[in-house]
Structure formats: C-alpha cells, structure tokens
Write a protein that binds this ligand. Structure first.
Ligand code: NI
Length: 181
C-alpha cells in the first residue's frame, strides 16, 4: 500500500488550503492525476490534496459499492477543484465514514442530506449540481479537508468511533443481513 498519505497528527492536515488560480499548469494537472491514481489504488471513495501534502483546494470523489460501503452509488472518479457549497439541505443524517489519513478508524457523523455545489474539473469545466445522500457525504467530508477538518472533529462523542475490525464485524455484517433479507 502506498505510504505517502499524510496521517492524522501531521499539522499539514490542519491547514487551510489555497484556491487553485490556474487549472492548466502542469503541477495541478499532475496532482489531479496522482490523486485519481491513489483513490483507485487504495479503493477509496475520495482523497483531498492536503492528504498528499499539497495545500490546494482540490479533491477526488469516487463512489462505488464495495465491501465497506455496499450501498454506495456508482460514480466515475472526478477531480473537484475550487469547490464551494452554496446551499445545504436543512435535514441531516448520520452515517459512517472513514478516512485514508485515519487508518483503522470509523466514525458515525452527521452530514447535510443534500448540498448544492459548484466546482471546476481538471479540464476547466464549471459544474453546478446537487449531491444527495452518500455523494453529499463524500463531498462534505472531502471539502472539510480543504479547511483543515477531519471526520473525527465531527463526531458527537467518542462513542461514535469504532476500530475498523470491530466495525466490520458489527456494522457491515448487520447491513448485509438487511440487504440479504
Ligand atoms: Ni478523508
């Protein structure tokens, strides 16, 4: 497994990232491609630039069903640049999250059920859209990274944290029972 992911405790994860002025410079293009590669290699749902030590307002969202998130929708991995959340749904929901920078830990976190967002892509396209449910959750989690926040800051209490092995045993197996029945 790749070891260049910055881990919880490294102060870089707590910094505010800078707006990307020029999408077309080689450094930004290369970083976008590197993040896409990391997400695929680690079978992640997303990664933000600060997790690779780059304080740029960029992340990848990449949702697909897997063992950890059997209910995740399928979405092509997308590089999100200069994201802005322009509106939040009033309603929130609690759901499980993990993070490549916090290996082995899961937390149940409240997020807005839907978010209206704007961002640019690696090809310079401007996107304005609404994400709901799991995709809204990924967007909020990754956007938090750009402001120096991690999911562990969003849990209501330590009782909402679980070690991944225990989470697999208790939570994933109960989700599979529900989907099997
Ligand atoms: Ni994360």
């Amino acid at each position: 497994m790749s070891t260049d992911i910055i881990l919880l405790g490294n102060p870089l994860l707590r910094q505010k990232s800078q707006v990307v002025d020029d999408i077309y410079v080689s450094g930004v293009q290369a970083l976008g491609k590197k993040m896409l590669g990391r997400v695929k290699a680690m079978n992640g749902m997303g990664i933000a630039a600060p997790q690779l030590g780059e304080l740029k307002r960029m992340f990848v969202m990449a949702s697909h069903p897997n063992e950890r998130y059997p209910y995740a929708p399928l979405m092509e991995a997308t590089v999100v640049i200069n994201p802005q959340i322009i509106a939040y749904s009033e309603s929130k929901e609690k759901g499980w999250e993990g993070c490549l920078s916090v290996p082995g830990l899961r937390g149940e976190v409240w997020r807005h059920k839907s978010v209206d967002v704007m961002y640019q892509t690696l090809t310079g396209e401007s996107i304005e859209t609404r994400y709901e449910g799991f995709l809204a959750r990924i967007f909020q989690h990754e956007n938090d990274h750009l402001d120096g926040y991690l999911f562990v800051d969003r849990v209501e209490s330590g009782h909402d944290l679980m070690v991944e092995a225990e989470w697999q045993k208790q939570i994933v197996s109960s989700m599979q029972e529900i989907s099997d029945s």
